[in-house]
Design a protein around this ligand. Structure first.
Ligand code: CNA
Length: 296
C-alpha cells in the first residue's frame, strides 16, 4: 500500500505519481540519497523508528543513544561499541528489492550517484558500482587499528562482533605483550590495538569521496530521490536544500518528512513502492530480486 502526497507545490509540473513515472523515464542524472530504511526489510533495524536501534539501546541508560558512535568514547572504552555492534552487523551477500531498483537505474545509465548513509555495504551485493556509490558514513567493509592504522577486510572481525568481543589488531597485540613483558606495570590504554570498523563516528570527518563529488553532482543532477532516511543527520540531510530549485525532488519513505520540500512523497514500504514503480514502467524496469512483486 502506498500513499501519494504532494504537500508543497514547489514545481507546477510535478505533483503526482504520473509525474514521478514520467521523470523516471526522462531523467538522465538521478541523484539518489538512501538511509537505513532501505535495509529494514532485511532485518537490520533503522535508528529512529519505534522498533529502531536507538530504542533498543534504552537498557544501556545512555543520556543520548548516539554516544555508542562517539569517537572519544570509543577511545576511552571500546567495549560499549562492541557490546552493541552485532545489532547492526550486515548480513552477508543479500540486498533488498529497493537496492535492486537502484541497480536498475544504474543499468539504464540514469544513476548519477547514490549517496548512502548506510554502513551495511549491501549496495555492493546489489551490483551498484563503486564509481556510482558514495558511502557517506563509511562502512563495515573494512576495519582499521586505532593504534597502528593496520587495515583489514571488515569480515575479518565479524566473528568477534557477533560474539560481542573486542577485536584486536594482531600486530599491536604482539607489541602489547612485549610492553607487558618489559614492564608489567606499564600503562596501556583501553583502546590500544583495537580495530574500529571504518564507519564514520560522531566527531570524525566524512570520507573524502563525499566532499570530492557532492558539489559537481548537485550541479549536474536532473532529479533527486530520497529513500528510507529521516534526513536528520548533516551534511547528507542538507543535500536536499542544496539541489538547484528547478530539479524535482521525490521522497520514498515509510513516514512523511515534514522538514523538507519534496514535490511528491510516495509513502509506504520502499520495496513495495519500488515494485509498484517498476511494474508501471514496464518489463525493462524489472528488478532482479526474488521478492520483486511482478504483477504483469
Ligand atoms: P533513521 O533516522 O533511522 O531513519 C530511517 C527512515 O527510514 C525513517 O524515516 C523511517 O520511516 C524510514 N523507513 C524505515 N523502514 C522503511 C521501509 N521499509 N521503507 C521505507 N522507509 C522506511 O536512519 P537514517 O538513515 O536517516 O539516519 C542516518 C544514520 C543511520 C546513518 O548514520 C547510518 O549509518 C545509520 N544506520 C544505518 C544502518 C544500515 O547501514 N543499514 C542501520 C541503522 C542505522
Amino acid at each position: 500500500m502506498m500513499k501519494v502526497k504532494s504537500i508543497r507545490n514547489r514545481l507546477d509540473n510535478v505533483k503526482d505519481i504520473n509525474d514521478v513515472l514520467r521523470l523516471l523515464k526522462t531523467s538522465k542524472k538521478i541523484l539518489v540519497i538512501t538511509g537505513a530504511g532501505i535495509s529494514t526489510s532485511l532485518g537490520i533495524p533503522d535508528f529512529r523508528s519505534s522498533q529502531g536501534f536507538y530504542n533498543q539501546l534504552q537498557h544501556l541508560g545512555l543520556s543520548d543513544p548516539q554516544e555508542v558512535f562517539d569517537l572519544e568514547l570509543f577511545h576511552t572504552d571500546p567495549s560499549l561499541f562492541y557490546s552493541i555492534a552485532y545489532m547492526i552487523l550486515p548480513p552477508e551477500k543479500i540486498y533488498s528489492p529497493l537496492h535492486g531498483f537502484i541497480k536498475v537505474l544504474q543499468s539504464k545509465g540514469k544513476l548519477l550517484r547514490n549517496y548512502t548513509q548506510n554502513i551495511d555495504n549491501l549496495e555492493s551485493y546489489a551490483g551498484i558500482s563503486s564509481s556510482k556509490l558514495i558511502q557517506c558514513h563509511g562502512s563495515f567493509a573494512t576495519a582499521t587499528c586505532v593504534t597502528c592504522n593496520y587495515q583489514v577486510k571488515g569480515e575479518t572481525i565479524f566473528e568477534q562482533i557477533r560474539n560481542k568481543d573486542i577485536a584486536y589488531c594482531p600486530k599491536c597485540t604482539k607489541t602489547r605483550n612485549q610492553l607487558l613483558r618489559d614492564d608489567e606495570d606499564v600503562y596501556i590504554s583501553e583502546s590500544f590495538g583495537v580495530f574500529k570498523p571504518d564507519i564514520t563516528f560522531f566527531g570524525e570527518p566524512l570520507p573524502r569521496a563525499f566532499h570530492d563529488s557532492i558539489n559537481q553532482d548537485l550541479a549536474d543532477c536532473d532529479l533527486l530521490i530520497s529513500i528510507g532516511t529521516s534526513l536528520k543527520v548533516a551534511p547528507v540531510a542538507d543535500i536536499v536544500d542544496k539541489v538547484p530549485p528547478q530539479v524535482p525532488q521525490i521522497l520514498i519513505n515509510k513516514d512523511p518528512i515534514n522538514h523538507c520540500n519534496f514535490d511528491v512523497s510516495l509513502l509506504g514500504y520502499c520495496d513495495d513502492v519500488a515494485s509498484y514503480l517498476s511494474n508501471e514502467l514496464g518489463p525493462t524496469w524489472d528488478i532482479d530480486h526474488e521478492k520483486y512483486n511482478k504483477i504483469r
